[in-house]
Design a binder for this molecule. Structure first.
Ligand SMILES: [Zn+2]
Length: 219
């Protein structure tokens, strides 16, 4: 019997994730959550790094059964916006993606942002480090384990997945760019990531999108 749930989230919609991670997920029959802002050109990125368009992500997610999460329009932190701007960022990103999950741009949120998110989404993911309980105590402040070039090796994340199985918890792993040539803080090596996926298949963990977890929790 499976105990615990694992969710894989990919932030910002990097082209390399589109080209190389999507086929890997399909090969393993794994569905994931992709958080992509409407104006992808607004995501600050290193020279030479590209982001696939929201349209391309939308098509791919629909075709392959992945979840597309809202990630704002302009990718600005929601906490610095006035009420009208906040409303517009959430409403327009929801309309453009059809999402029921929000991923806070930059991970920042406060009580006002949470209240707005709660009016429009079923859940929202932060960048606070941690494993969620099931059901989640606060669906608008979902915690995650963010992979970086430093902390991520398939054998380093393994104990956390084991822990989530033992406590019947919900581990949400967040990735940004997955690439053959990692150069920046949040870049994860494609080879390590592929090994990670191969390992996950052998664990009796359920792998599901945030949307699937939240909808399963409702009566
Ligand atoms: Zn982002």
């Amino acid at each position: 019997m499976s105990r615990g749930i694992l969710t894989l989230v990919f932030d910002d919609g990097y082209q390399e994730v589109f080209d190389q991670v999507l086929p890997l997920l399909q090969q393993h029959g794994i569905r994931a959550t992709f958080a992509v802002p409407v104006e992808t050109e607004r995501v600050a990125q290193p020279e030479g790094v590209t982001i696939a368009s929201l349209g391309a992500w939308k098509d791919a997610c629909r075709r392959e059964g992945h979840e597309l999460a809202a990630h704002g329009v302009t990718h600005r932190p929601l906490t610095v916006l006035n009420d009208a701007e906040l409303e517009r960022e959430l409403q327009e990103s929801r309309a453009a993606t059809g999402a029921t999950t929000l991923v806070y741009p930059g991970g920042t949120f406060d009580d006002r942002v949470k209240r707005s998110a709660a009016r429009m989404f079923r859940a929202a993911r932060t960048t606070a480090w941690g494993i969620e309980s099931l059901p989640s105590r606060d669906p608008y402040a979902l915690r995650t384990l963010t992979a970086t070039g430093k902390n991520f090796h398939w054998w380093k994340f393994f104990p956390r997945e084991l822990q989530s199985m033992l406590i019947n918890g919900w581990t949400i792993e967040t990735f940004h760019r997955v690439t053959e040539r990692p150069t920046h803080l949040h870049d994860v090596s494609l080879r390590d990531f592929a090994r990670h996926l191969a390992w996950l298949r052998h664990l009796p963990l359920r792998i599901a999108t945030i949307r699937e977890v939240m909808h399963a929790g409702s009566p």
